[in-house]
Design a protein around this ligand. Sequence first.
Ligand code: FES
Ligand code: FE
Length: 399
Amino acid sequence: MPKDDLQVMRDLMDAQRKGFALPRHFYTSQAVYENDISTFWNRNWIWVGHVSQVAELGDYFLFDYGPESIIIVRDREGEVRAHLNVCRHRGSRVCIEQKGKARNFICPYHAWTFDLNGKLRNGRSMGSDFDPGQYGLFPVQVQIFQGLIFVCAAEDAPPLDAALERLAPLSKPFDFENLKVAHEASYPVPANWKLALENYLECYHCAPSHQDYSRSHSLKDPAQVLEFGGALHERMGEVGVPLEELDLTGENALAPGADVYWRRYPLFPGYVTGSKDGAPLAPPLGELKGHDGGATDLGIGTLNYFLVYADHVVGYRFVPRALQETDIQIVWYVRGDAQEGRDYDKDALTWLWHVTSLDDERIIRHNQEGVNSHQFVPGPLSEMEWSIPGFYRNYFSMI
Ligand code: FES
Ligand code: FE
């Protein structure tokens, strides 16, 4: 009898060569993709938004991945809650609009009505022995870190608290709590989500593939990070950015799915932020006294990544839609009291990561095309791709 796809996957995991990329099966098998959703995405923390998007009672938005849809809402008690967007009657989506303000959620099929906290208030004509208490929306775990909202569909979500406690003092001066969304964009790419995520995790490709990014960011070359790192540290001290780094990833992770990473690196002289001309893009965040000319790579969990400049934060996630369909979703945040037109120009703010994401869409698409070839076998990873094995380790520990 032929081996099923998941058995092939497990055999390949056992045979995985340390320091090599994954075999094509991980990016071409429908069974592996479905397993990725059920055992990895459903059991990891996913950054879905910011508290400013649900500032008032009844404010809600949806976050969708794979076949799943989650409602994130501010309930009547003021709590941010998340529910699976699946009616407990016959399974219809309960909420259709991507965002809005609701008094309750009324299923569009047979009008079962759910409170903002997920409880079923009323099932029409269900008879006297029907107990609505048994049919609330399935709850999804919520964790809020300094205003950033994370959800996890599993009951036993990875324990992130200890790692976030270590991170909190490092990010505090940036006042994430009081950010606001300046812009959101989605870049669909015909590739498996793991190829999109792996591309984000390494800057080996930055020099050949990202001309604009490479003009301002030193990360593409470890020698340049060192060369300009001393001057950056001085300026970090001057403007109030803590000097510590945090690497709770790979073997240092406190638990599977509980990785946290924080490391600031220098932009080139003449650049104080990720702008086209090097000039500031917005007022400094939080308590910062100015622009230090650094950019922090921040990772929270295994699916959520941020780049923290002195005047804005860019968030990235790589959301599976189908086996070889992924949305690269990017959100630009500025300080909450900044006004568009007065304090920042949206086109200027979003320019770098718009052009860089178009580059990434192209290279990830070509990557998937090559991986689909019957002849593809993975080659060795460069030392500049050091963070990819950490992701594999985490991935293997959960699938
Ligand atoms: Fe929602 Fe019937 S499926 S009320
Ligand atoms: Fe890239």
